[in-house]
Design a protein around this ligand. Structure first.
Ligand code: C2E
Ligand code: MG
Ligand code: MG
Ligand code: MG
Length: 292
């Protein structure tokens, strides 16, 4: 077959495809073992916590929980790589449930330890969000950890909003009735229709980092427009991926309420995140950004 095509690009393409398929299969299989290991007490997953700040007061508001997979041979594998595979294989359901539980547990521990209000933002995949018992499972976690709903923020993406509107609206309202706040993550990168943005009960828009990186690069109008849109719809705004003081100041000038990014702090191990709470919850210190 290869001969018939001479020395053209066909063979190369074919091999690349095989490689991709193999690595996908490999990833799917290892992920299955890894998720199984959670129940067997050998959990290879962990959460890191990235601080989120109020831009006006430069004050710590809370954290976003970000999933990592510690693979014995490959080291830390990025969620960008394994979340899509988890979604394709359905493994995102047990994995997402573990994330929810672990993040709630951590928040409860910090709330006991420190008497400052903190929020925990948790990423939720569409599939997970659409599970029939999703709201119940969130509610029961809130109860068992005695968490107030307004300390929890669930981050969903635009793909959720593509599903049947009634079902999604009901679900979002049920969560809001628990006091939980809802964020639309990676805003501007998906298939947003302004129509459902207008009609759905969403509290917060998260500006995708790609737009934040466009600040000062001739793309200032994009963040400006997103912020104006959010405020026009009575939503607040979180900017992710803030890496420079210029980006931070520009976003603040435009009235963007909250922000996260390497300029403030990277995603941190729980101990380091706890240090941040301890340091920043004392009113005397405003020593940003935070070194790792
Ligand atoms: P996301 O929810 O949009 O999370 C923000 C991502 O931006 C994180 O990448 C974070 O580390 C990164 N980030 C924040 N500030 C900066 C910055 O200043 N510079 C740069 N270069 N990056 C920054 P991460 O942790 O690799 O996660 C990637 C994506 O994986 C997340 O994007 C989210 O979509 C998904 N993800 C992570 N954890 C979970 C989870 O528990 N469940 C689900 N369903 N998805 C998750
Ligand atoms: Mg997120
Ligand atoms: Mg995001
Ligand atoms: Mg993003």
């Amino acid at each position: 077959r290869a001969k018939a095509h001479g020395r053209g690009g066909y063979v190369v393409f074919d091999e690349t495809m095989h490689k991709q398929v193999r690595s996908r299969l490999w990833l799917g299989n290892s992920l299955r073992y890894a998720v199984k290991a959670i129940e067997q007490g050998q959990n290879p997953f962990l959460l890191q916590y990235q601080p989120i700040f109020c831009l006006r007061q430069q004050r710590l508001i809370g954290f976003e929980a970000l999933l990592r997979w510690h693979h014995p041979q490959q080291g830390l594998i990025s969620p960008e790589k394994f979340i899509p595979v988890a979604e394709e294989t359905g493994l995102i359901i047990p994995l997402g449930q573990w994330v929810l539980k672990a993040a709630c547990q951590q928040l409860a521990v910090w709330e006991q330890e420190f008497s400052v209000p903190l929020t925990m933002s948790i990423n939720v995949s569409s599939q997970q969000f659409l599970q029939p018992n999703f709201v119940q499972s969130v509610e029961s976690l809130m109860q068992s950890h005695q968490l107030a709903g307004h300390h929890l923020k669930l981050e969903i993406t635009e793909t959720v909003l593509m599903e049947s509107t009634h079902y999604v609206t009901d679900r979002l309202e049920q969560l809001q009735n628990l006091g939980i706040s809802l964020s639309l993550d990676d805003f501007g990168t998906g298939y947003s229709s302004l129509n459902y943005l207008y009609n759905l009960p969403i509290n917060t828009l998260k500006i995708d980092r790609s737009f934040v990186w466009g600040i000062g690069q001739g793309q200032d109008q994009i963040v400006k427009t997103i912020i104006a849109l959010a405020h026009g719809l009575e939503m607040n705004v979180v900017a992710e991926g803030i890496e420079t003081i210029e980006q931070m100041q520009y976003l603040h000038t435009l009235g963007c309420e909250l922000g996260q990014g390497y300029w403030f702090a990277r995603p941190l191990q729980p101990e380091a995140a706890q240090q941040v709470i301890a340091t920043l919850s004392s009113p005397m210190s405003l020593s940003l950004p935070i070194a790792e």
